[in-house]
Ligand binder design. Structure first.
Ligand SMILES: Nc1ncnc2c1ncn2[C@@H]1O[C@H](COP(=O)(O)OP(=O)(O)OP(=O)(O)O)[C@@H](O)[C@H]1O
Ligand SMILES: [Mg+2]
Length: 350
């Protein structure tokens, strides 16, 4: 079922226009943005507004499978192609013929598979594993990633030629905190959508105070997080309780004030020492909440940097030690502005 791409901010309006223009061109599209911003929603909208909407939409998550399995998912295999291949399997390129092939998390594809993908994009042909015969495919390839592909190109982790081939149309979806005007609209949309699923538990619209807090929050998990919070509110049947219980209390900051994300290197102690009462020039910037946030950010940054250094910037290993997901780690690296030491760049492994 098609999810409408809800939003009234300038960036969302521009993306809607782009979707309408691109949908029948067949040009390759890369959709970027943080986790939960709606990359898959945009891919679905591209598909539904194209002439391919009656053909299959096939999604492949390039991060979820090891290289060998991903290769056989994409290209399929003949019976007997390898031990255990006791029957022929059609690949996603074949299944998506005349439709859409959505390559999610493309940034995680191995270099070896990247060259095979490039070959398909250039020739429109591919060979299933164990087959001599090349097959034709007319799948429209849409890709998505929450990684900086150009950085990966610089570090030798993503093929430059593939990057240019895929990136003909680039759609960047900004994080929700950069488009707060979309929040009330998304809330209305989700309330309407979930009301029926949760029986009689219709939730009244948030009052001004609650709405202000929802708009001021930084939404690190973007629209997905908003959606989950609304579901919780509907189940509990009241706004206050859920919003107060959520761990984001500490992150609730005024839009005009301190922004919790994006670490400010100014020392926390400096803030305290420089505060000289109400007449102090920095009075407006001072609050215990802000200082607490800065302190937490600094500690988090130190721990994550330490673990990354210990693992030689092997992020998969780091996630195991830190017991956080890969996506969370990428988010923290970017949000806390953690940089690898100069001698490791180019050697960073995922
Ligand atoms: N503009 C929007 N309008 C309606 N629903 C949205 C919008 N943006 C996101 N959503 C909803 O938020 C959730 C997350 O969106 P989606 O899966 O497209 O994000 P994503 O960018 O692909 O995230 P990830 O990088 O984690 O895969 C989905 O349930 C989606 O339906
Ligand atoms: Mg996605």
């Amino acid at each position: 079922m098609l999810v409408p791409f809800v939003g009234i901010s300038e960036s969302i309006e521009r993306i809607k226009e782009l979707v309408a223009h691109v949908s029948d061109t067949g040009l390759n599209v890369v959709i970027t943005g943080e986790s939960g911003v709606g990359k898959e929603v945009v891919a679905q909208n591209l598909y539904h507004s194209s002439g391919r909407k009656d053909k299959p939409f096939v999604k492949v998550n390039c991060a979820a499978l090891p290289e060998g399995l991903l290769e056989s998912e994409l290209f399929g295999f003949e019976k007997g192609a390898f031990t255990g291949a006791d029957r022929k399997k059609r690949g996603k390129f074949e299944l998506a013929n005349e439709g859409v092939l959505f390559l999610d998390e493309i940034g995680d594809m191995s270099l070896n598979l990247q060259s095979k993908l490039l070959h398909v994009l250039q020739s429109g042909e591919f060979a299933p594993l164990g087959s001599e015969r090349e097959m034709k495919t007319d799948a429209w390839v849409l890709a998505a990633t929450n990684q900086e592909l150009n950085e990966k190109v610089k570090n030798g982790l993503f093929r430059e030629d593939l990057y240019y081939r895929l990136n003909i149309i680039k759609i960047y979806i900004p994080p929700l905190r950069k488009r707060p005007e979309d929040i009330p609209l998304l809330i209305d949309y989700f309330l309407e959508k979930y009301a029926s699923q949760f029986g009689d538990k219709r939730l009244i619209k948030p009052d001004h105070a609650i709405m202000d807090r929802l708009i001021s929050y930084q939404w690190p998990g973007n629209v997905r997080e908003l959606q989950n919070i609304l579901k919780s509110c509907l189940v509990v049947g009241n706004w206050e309780e859920v919003i107060n219980e959520l761990s984001f209390k500490s992150e609730m900051v005024s839009n005009s004030g301190f922004v919790a994300t994006g670490t400010n290197e100014a020392s926390i102690i400096d803030d305290l020492l420089n505060f000289q009462g109400e007449n102090s020039p920095n009075h407006a910037a001072f609050s215990l909440k802000k200082i607490k946030r800065k302190a937490l950010d600094r500690i988090e940054k130190e721990i994550i940097s330490h673990v990354l250094d210990q693992t030689g910037w092997n992020r998969t290993k780091a996630t195991k030690i830190l017991k956080i997901s890969y996506k969370t780690l990428l988010y923290k690296i970017s949000d806390l502005n953690i940089k690898p030491p100069p001698d490791t760049s180019g050697k960073i492994s995922s």
